[in-house]
Design a protein around this ligand. Structure first.
Ligand SMILES: [Zn+2]
Length: 243
């Protein structure tokens, strides 16, 4: 039995200054178009971390449009700007945390969400969330939990599902309520996803260096998964030139 190796890179959006000089000219132009500083920083750190993980320029490939563009999943590019086959990338962000997963052995998907978002939820929000995100047995499993534990469980379920759907490249084109998890085991999915899931999917919850966020990684492989959580390796900071 072989092993599928996955590396996870983690960084904070507050460290955008470290990553900005590593962006391509096109990425710098795109960053400059963000009007909200927090969105710009998130874009800069995501782009910089993706480049670090891939070791190349990174583009976006939309499976539904079947083309390179400004949306879809990240893909490493060769020197001609074409997607490189055989390297899977996935990126996610929430509450100042940016994560990138990369593997040369199997498709990967990663997702992170901040627990703080559940604090603003009303009962109607919870009902809507459960209808969109959860299967019937998953909803039933929330009933005996305290409100705080139920919200944590909702988000845990969500990051597992989004990670699994991102690994397929389809993302939220599939209704999350059509997937079913028992703990971290994917036990149900629509027949259309057989090509992705029937030969095996490994989902794990990820502990991060910051609290208040929860994350999951999905790997489309039944091989043993070797997951390496990279320490933040920030590029050297380029200080502004003295005038
Ligand atoms: Zn598209």
């Amino acid at each position: 039995m072989t092993a599928a190796t996955v590396q996870i890179f983690e960084a904070r959006t507050q460290d955008a200054d470290y990553f900005r000089p590593t962006l391509t000219a096109a990425e710098q132009r795109r960053a400059a178009r963000y009007r909200v500083a927090a969105d710009r920083d998130r874009f800069v750190v995501s782009a910089g971390l993706l480049r670090q993980a891939a070791g190349t320029d990174v583009g976006r490939w939309c499976q539904r449009c079947a083309q390179l563009g400004d949306h879809g999943q990240p893909v490493p590019l060769d020197e001609a700007g074409m997607p490189v086959a055989g390297t899977a990338l996935s990126a996610t962000h929430s509450a100042g945390t940016v994560l990138v997963a990369v593997s040369r052995d199997a498709p990967v998907g990663i997702d992170v969400e901040a627990l703080a978002m559940t604090r603003a939820w009303s009962d109607a929000d919870r009902e809507a969330f459960d209808r969109i995100a959860l299967s019937r047995p998953e909803r039933a499993a929330l009933a005996p939990l305290s409100p705080a534990n139920a919200d944590r469980s909702r988000l845990q379920c969500w990051v597992r599902k989004e990670a699994a759907l991102k690994a397929t490249g389809l993302g939220l084109a599939v209704a999350p309520s059509e997937l079913e998890f028992a703990e971290t085991t994917l036990v149900g999915w629509p027949a259309a996803l057989d090509p992705f899931f029937s030969s095996g999917v490994t989902v794990t919850d990820r502990a991060l260096s910051t609290t208040g966020v929860i994350a999951a990684l999905a790997v489309l492989s039944t091989d043993e998964c070797v997951i390496v959580h990279e320490p933040a390796t920030y590029p050297a900071r380029v200080l502004p030139a003295a005038s």
